[in-house]
Design a protein around this ligand. Structure first.
Ligand code: FAD
Ligand code: NAD
Length: 472
C-alpha cells in the first residue's frame, strides 16, 4: 500500500493551508473532503455572509442617497441578492482555487474519513495510509435544546448550513443568537427588507466584545429597525400553519423563519476517534501548544480543536502544524505565541486584538484607557461615518495590552495594533509613525497623540524640563 507523507482530513481554511504548503514543499499529500473544497468558510460561512452583507450595504446606501444630495428611485429584488451571493461563491471556488492543489491527491465528495488505525483512514471502501495525519474537520452549528424546536419544519429553520441556498428572503425573521453570525445576518436581512428580531441570553450583542462597543452596534440596529432582546431566555418554539413562534417571558415572536446562531460544536463523530484513543472534549480535540493530539504524529488544526473559530486562525494553525510536523527537533512552534484578532463585518464594523478593558481590569493590570471617537476626526465627518471609537488599553509607559475598534474600516485599521502588540511596539512608536492624511488609519495615530498629551499634561516635571531647555 502507498504510504503518503501526510493525510489531511477536511479542506476548509486549515486543511487547505496545510495541504497547499506541504505539497509546495514536495511532500506527498492526500486530502479528504466529504463535501466541498473551501469548507465552511467558502461555502456557508465567511464568504457568502460577506457577499450578502455587501449587497445589503449597497441597498442601504442606495436608499439613503439624499444624504449625498442625489435623488433617484431604487427597486430592490431581495431574492436576486441570494443568487448573486451564489454566483460570487462559484467564481471563487473555480479553477484558480483548485490550482493550489494540483499536486495534492484529492478525495472529494466520496464520503467522510474515519480512522482505521493511527496511520490509516478509510473513505468509502478505500483505505489510505500516511506517516502523519492532520485533522481539520471544523465545526457544525450547535443547536440548543429548546422545547419544541425539533418539531418545527426543517424548511422554516435556518442555520448557516442552509441559509445561503435559500431561494427567497423571508419577510420576517427571528434570530436566536446575538453573536457574530446573529449580528451580521440581522443587518443583512433587515437591509434587504426582512423584519428582524434578535433574541439571545447574553447581556449585550457580541457577548465576547467590549460592552461599550455593543452599545454602539445596538444603537445602529435600533436606527435600522432591528429589534434586539438581550437577556431573553427562550421558553419554547412552536409552529402554527407556516409561521414559527418563539415564546419568551416578555414576548412571543412570530416570523416566517428562524435563524439559529447559538455557537458551534466540533465535527468529530464520523472520525471514530475513540477507536484509536484520540482525546477530545465537547469544545474539540485536545492539542498541546504544538497542535499535536495525544498521538504525537496526529495533529488537530482549525476550529475542530476549539481554540478559536476564525478562518485566519485556522490557516495560521495549518501553517504552524506543518512547520512542527517537518521539524524533527523537540523544539516546536507554539500556536499561542500569536495573537488572534477578530472582526465582525456589520456597519459599523467591530474589531479587537488583545485584552478588552474588562479583561485587563480582571487581570488586575494598572491601565490607562484611551478612547478616540470617530466624531472628532474630519475625514469621518466628510464620509458621514462618525459613529464609533477606538479604545486602547495601555499604561504610562505606552505598553499596548489590547485595542477594540467600532467604526468605519475597523477590520482594516486593527492590523496596525496587531503588529504593534505582537512585535512589542509602544504608543510612542505609533505616535512617531507618519500616517497618510486623511485616512481612517490616521485615527490610530491621533489616539497615540492623546496618550502623549495625557502624559505631558500630567507631568509637571516634564513641563518644567521642557520650559528650561527651551530657554537655553
Ligand atoms: C456564517 C459564518 C460567517 C463566518 N464569518 C467569518 C469571518 O468573517 N471571518 C472569519 O475569520 N471566520 C468566519 N467564520 C468562521 C470560519 O468559517 C471558520 O472559522 C473556518 O471555516 C474554520 O476553518 P476550518 O478549516 O477549521 O474548518 P471548516 O471550514 O469547517 O472546514 C472543515 C471541512 O472538513 C470537512 N469534514 C468534516 N468532517 C470530515 C470527515 N470526517 N471527513 C472528510 N471531511 C470532513 C467539512 O466538510 C469541511 O469542509 C464564519 C462562520 C460562519 C458560520
Ligand atoms: N466575522 C467573523 O469573524 C465571524 C462571523 C460569523 C461567525 N464567526 C464565528 O462563528 C462562531 C459562531 O458564531 P455564532 O454567532 O453562532 O456564536 P457566538 O458564540 O458568537 O454567539 C452565540 C449567541 O447565541 C446566544 N445563545 C446561546 N444559547 C442560547 C439559547 N439557548 N437561547 C438564546 N440564545 C442563545 C448567546 O447569547 C450569543 O448571543 C463564532 O465563534 C465566530 O468566531 C465569525
Amino acid at each position: 500500500m502507498k504510504i503518503y507523507d501526510l493525510i489531511v482530513i477536511g479542506m476548509g481554511p486549515a486543511g487547505m493551508a496545510a495541504s497547499a504548503m506541504a505539497s509546495a514543499l514536495d511532500l506527498e499529500v492526500l486530502a479528504v473532503e466529504e463535501n466541498k473544497v473551501g469548507g465552511e468558510c467558502l461555502n456557508c460561512g465567511c464568504m457568502p455572509s460577506k457577499a450578502l452583507l455587501k449587497t445589503a450595504q449597497v441597498n442601504q446606501i442606495s436608499h439613503n442617497l439624499e444624504k449625498f444630495g442625489i435623488r433617484s428611485s431604487i427597486f430592490t429584488d431581495p431574492d436576486e441578492s441570494l443568487d448573486i451571493v451564489r454566483q460570487k461563491i462559484s467564481r471563487i471556488s473555480g479553477k484558480k482555487l483548485m490550482q493550489a492543489f494540483v499536486r495534492v491527491k484529492l478525495i472529494i465528495n466520496q464520503g467522510n474519513a474515519e480512522f482505521v488505525d493511527s496511520h490509516s483512514v478509510k473513505v468509502g471502501e478505500n483505505i489510505y495510509r500516511a506517516k502523519k495525519i492532520f485533522i481539520a474537520t471544523g465545526t457544525a452549528p450547535f443547536i440548543p435544546s429548546i422545547e419544541g424546536l425539533d418539531k418545527v419544519d426543517e424548511s422554516l429553520k435556518l442555520t448557516n448550513m442552509n441559509l445561503f441556498i435559500q431561494k427567497s428572503m423571508p419577510k420576517s425573521l427571528t434570530i436566536i443568537g446575538g453573536g457574530a453570525i446573529g449580528c451580521e445576518m440581522a443587518q443583512s436581512f433587515a437591509r434587504l427588507g426582512s423584519s428582524v428580531n434578535v433574541v439571545h441570553i447574553d447581556e449585550h450583542l457580541l457577548p465576547f466584545a467590549d460592552a461599550q462597543t455593543a452599545l454602539v452596534l445596538e444603537e445602529r440596529f435600533k436606527k435600522e429597525n432591528i429589534k434586539v432582546f438581550n437577556k431573553t431566555p427562550i421558553k419554547r418554539v412552536f409552529q402554527k400553519d407556516n409561521k414559527v413562534f418563539v415564546d419568551t417571558d416578555s414576548h412571543i415572536f412570530e416570523s416566517e423563519k428562524i435563524l439559529i446562531a447559538t455557537g458551534r460544536k466540533p465535527n468529530l463523530e464520523a472520525l471514530k476517534l475513540d477507536k484509536i484513543g484520540i482525546k477530545y472534549n465537547k469544545k474539540g480535540i485536545i492539542v498541546d501548544k504544538a497542535l499535536r493530539t495525544n498521538i504525537k504524529h496526529i495533529y488537530a488544526i482549525g476550529d475542530c480543536n476549539g481554540i478559536s473559530n476564525f478562518s485566519h486562525s485556522a490557516m495560521h494553525q495549518g501553517m504552524i502544524a506543518l512547520m512542527n510536523a517537518i521539524n524533527p527537533m523537540p523544539f516546536k512552534i507554539h500556536y499561542d505565541k500569536y495573537l488572534i484578532p477578530w472582526s465582525v463585518f456589520t456597519t459599523p464594523e467591530v474589531a479587537n486584538v488583545g485584552l478588552t478593558e474588562k479583561e485587563a481590569v480582571e487581570k488586575g493590570l494598572k491601565v490607562i484607557v484611551i478612547k478616540k471617537d470617530y466624531e472628532s476626526y474630519g475625514r469621518a465627518i466628510v464620509d458621514g461615518a462618525t459613529e464609533g471609537f477606538i479604545k486602547i488599553i495601555t499604561n504610562k509607559k505606552g505598553k499596548i495590552f489590547g485595542v477594540t475598534i467600532v467604526g468605519e474600516s475597523a477590520s482594516e485599521i486593527i492590523h496596525e495594533w496587531i503588529l504593534a502588540i505582537q512585535f512589542k511596539l509602544s504608543m510612542f512608536d505609533i505616535l512617531m509613525t507618519q500616517h497618510s492624511f486623511p485616512t481612517i488609519s490616521m485615527l490610530n495615530k491621533m489616539a497615540s497623540e492623546d496618550w502623549m498629551m495625557g502624559k505631558l499634561q500630567e507631568s509637571t516635571t516634564l513641563k518644567k524640563i521642557a520650559r528650561a531647555l527651551f530657554k537655553l
